[in-house]
Ligand binder design. Structure first.
Ligand code: FES
Length: 153
């Protein structure tokens, strides 16, 4: 069945951006769509709370590949917390829309992004690093007495 895809969807499907792996990724998320069997893996690189790089590998339909590609483009340069707000609807809008029968395919990218961020946060926890450096922690470096996680704010 042929779907009426937008030019942007076709462009990202035919020329996917950021396809591949990040060998030393800070977070990796893999999700599958049980209804069609398609799978997406998304890699992120994070520095100072900002996503500096994102790549993906998707075994899926054109809509899944286009939304994966657009998702990686949209999250680069965003903070981890901003990236968590990225919805599949926003990605579909950035692609000038998806046929309603293909909207479910865009959920794959959103969930893979969340999974990659969860993985990043888990890894940071293991390494004993905070998820996000709060303003008060930055100030505490310079001010005495040091507050205890914002208690003296
Ligand atoms: Fe499986 Fe689109 S048909 S993700």
């Amino acid at each position: 069945m042929a779907f009426p895809y937008s030019e942007k969807v076709m462009d990202h499907f035919m020329n996917p951006r950021n396809m591949g792996e990040i060998a030393d990724a800070d977070g990796v998320g893999t999700v599958g769509n049980p209804s069609c069997g398609d799978v997406m893996r998304l890699y992120i690189k994070v520095s100072d709370g900002l996503i500096t790089d994102a790549k993906f590998k998707t075994f899926g339909c054109g809509a899944a590949i286009a939304t994966s590609s657009m998702t990686t483009e949209m999250v680069k340069g965003k903070s981890v917390e901003e990236a968590l707000q990225l919805s599949n609807q926003a990605v579909a809008e950035a692609l000038d829309g998806l046929p309603s029968a293909k909207m479910h395919c865009s959920v794959l990218a959103e969930e893979a992004l969340r999974a990659a961020i969860d993985d990043f946060k888990g890894k940071n926890k293991e390494a004993g690093k905070p998820d996000v450096v709060m303003d008060c922690c930055i100030r505490c470096e310079r001010e005495e007495p040091k507050c205890d996680k914002g208690k003296n704010e």
